[in-house]
Ligand binder design. Structure first.
Ligand code: ZN
Length: 148
């Protein structure tokens, strides 16, 4: 598949991008609103927004389930962001605040945070609980088929 489908984190429009150009380092802007499609890790706005990303993105999606009260989550946030910067364009790095997206947290049966979940073609293929650093996140993603 040569085309990547990705949801604009700003306006929600589904955009198409060339996989080859993404691999070459190009980071396109949204055709509708002009926002960058790959700003690093992005926050799902609500449960519907999360569903839209999952349903309409054909890149692997790495989800970081977190909450503001969770100390280890705060420690992990910059690590997740760093991994996102490195792998943006090969995967979508999506954050889910489990306090506001309770429906999504329940659907994924999140029992402890932080928890990372990898979604490919709408299905969970892997998960890992506990805080970790950027190099481990990258290694974990690569072991599940994401290119660095
Ligand atoms: Zn947009």
């Amino acid at each position: 598949m040569d085309e990547v489908l990705v949801v604009c984190p700003h306006c929600g429009k589904v955009n198409r991008a060339s996989r080859e150009k993404l691999a070459g380092g190009l980071r396109p802007d949204c055709g509708a609103c002009g926002a960058t499609l790959f700003p690093g890790a992005i926050e799902a706005k609500d449960d519907a927004d999360f569903e839209r990303h999952v349903a309409r993105t054909n890149l692997p999606i790495l989800v970081d389930f977190w909450a503001a009260w969770c100390g280890p989550c705060k420690m992990m946030a910059p690590q997740f962001a760093a991994a996102a910067k490195k792998m943006d364009g090969s995967a979508r790095f999506l954050k889910v605040d489990t306090e506001s997206l309770q429906q999504t947290a329940a659907r994924f049966n999140i029992r402890s945070i932080p928890t990372m979940v990898m979604i490919v073609n709408g299905r969970e293929i892997a998960r890992q609980a506990g805080a970790t650093d950027a190099s481990n996140i990258i290694r974990w993603a690569m072991s599940h088929g994401v290119h660095a």
